[in-house]
Each structure stands twice: as C-alpha cells, then as structure tokens.
Design a protein around this ligand. Structure first.
Ligand code: ADE
Length: 232
C-alpha cells in the first residue's frame, strides 16, 4: 500500500457557504477528501458578524453604489482560524487579482495550508488586502457576483494536482497547459462511428509513434488557438 505524505488543508471564508456545498461533494474532490489527502472547511463569515443581524458589510466611504465587506468580521475570522493553522497563503478571489493559470495551480498544490476569502458586493475593505492577504487571484477578465465560484474553481484545479488524488498519477502531467501546450485530441470506442474513424496511428500499438503524433498535434493546436502560450 502506498502512503502519501502530502495532505492539504483549505479553509474558505464566505457569506454564502451553501454555494460551496456541491462543488466539493462529488467526483475527484470527494475522492480526495475520502482518501484524506484534502480537507476543505467552509466557514460562514456571518459567524463573525458585527451585530445580531448578521451584518458583515457597510456603505463605502466617499459614496457610490454597492456595499463593502467590513474589516472587523474578516479580521476576526482570519485571526480566529490562524490560531489553529499557520497558512502558507491567504488568498483573496477578486477580478483585479493575478490571472489564474496552470503554473499558479501547480505552485499552490505543493502548499499545505491555504485560506481562501470570497468577496461579495463591491469587494472587501482594502485594509484587509493590505494587512492579511498574501495572494490575489482572478479566474478571468469578467466579473462574477461573488468569489465563491472562483474559489471552487481554484480548489478544483489545485485539488486534482495533489499526488494520489487522480487515479493515474501521471495523467495530470498531460493536461492542457502543462508545458504550455494544449492537450491533443482523444478518442474512445467505437473505432468507427458513423464512418468517422479513429486515427490509424492510435491503433498501431507503437507507443513512440503515438507519443510523437500527440506532441505534433498538441503543438499544431497550440499554434492555431493559443500562440501566446508558445511565446511564454
Ligand atoms: N469575483 C468576482 N469576479 C471574479 C473573478 N473574475 N475572479 C475571481 N474572483 C471574482
């Protein structure tokens, strides 16, 4: 039996914990939790609300539409969780953060303890970003109504990279974006569907030739769709 030393713990702070129930309850992340390789705890920020009405946000100074998540509940939440765990990174999901890519996911998958903060409304008070947050991540150049779906995406992309999580440990190595290349096309049975045939080479049984063919198609696809990746 193989014993993996890797174990990752991820805490997530959110005003909408219900939104994060389903993404971690299925498929690969579920298996990761069952194998004790990954522990994800979702915390409701309202637990640290400033009053009995559950208030965690307020109007912004200087005027303008939209509420801002207050310092006090966030600072208390982070302080309280940090008493038990020393975080490698405190991550804030925000459209003005650094764009998430495979390289960041690879780096984060080697950490042990992460804290992820989901923003809402206009975002969180800047002072929390200055004094607590160590990394700010965007999942793309578009604005979502909150940081929960971005957090789920981040945890999914990190979680599947933890050694032992995927059945075939090498399979993540061949994902798109590892090596800055898009993945080659894949086929399964039947060999002929409505006259659409699987490329002969994949049936040849020659692993070297198949590898070469896959590399060639990866490169072609990347040149065609994402030439920017080849420049990096
Ligand atoms: N919150 C709202 N939009 C977001 C985005 N694009 N990335 C990360 N967090 C967000």
């Amino acid at each position: 039996m193989v014993h993996y030393l890797c174990f990752m713990h991820i805490d997530i702070i959110t005003v909408l914990p219900e939104l994060l129930e389903s993404p971690f309850a299925h498929s690969i992340l579920k298996r990761a939790k069952e194998k004790n390789l990954l522990d994800i705890q979702v915390h409701s920020l309202r637990h640290w609300a400033v009053n009995e009405y559950g208030q965690v946000d307020d109007y912004q100074y200087g005027g303008g539409a939209g509420m801002v998540m207050m310092c006090e509940p966030l600072a208390n939440a982070i302080d309280s969780l940090s008493k038990k765990i020393k975080y490698d990174e405190i991550i804030y999901m925000t459209p003005d953060g650094e764009r998430l890519n495979q390289k960041t996911a690879n780096t984060l998958s080697l950490k042990n303890n992460l804290l992820v903060i989901c923003g809402h409304y206009k975002g969180i008070d800047e002072r929390i970003r200055e004094h607590y947050v160590t990394k700010e991540i965007s999942i793309g150049d578009y604005v979502l109504s909150g940081g929960e779906l971005p957090a789920a995406i981040l945890v999914d992309t990190i979680g599947r990279l933890i050694p032992g999580v995927l059945n075939n440990e090498t399979s993540a190595l061949f994902d798109s974006f590892q090596d800055n290349l898009l993945a080659p096309p894949v086929y399964t049975r039947p060999v002929d569907f409505r006259g659409w045939k699987v490329p002969e080479i994949l049936l040849s049984g020659d692993p070297k030739k198949i590898d070469e063919w896959r590399n060639e198609l990866s490169l072609e696809k990347t040149k065609d769709r994402r030439p920017d990746l080849l420049e990096e």
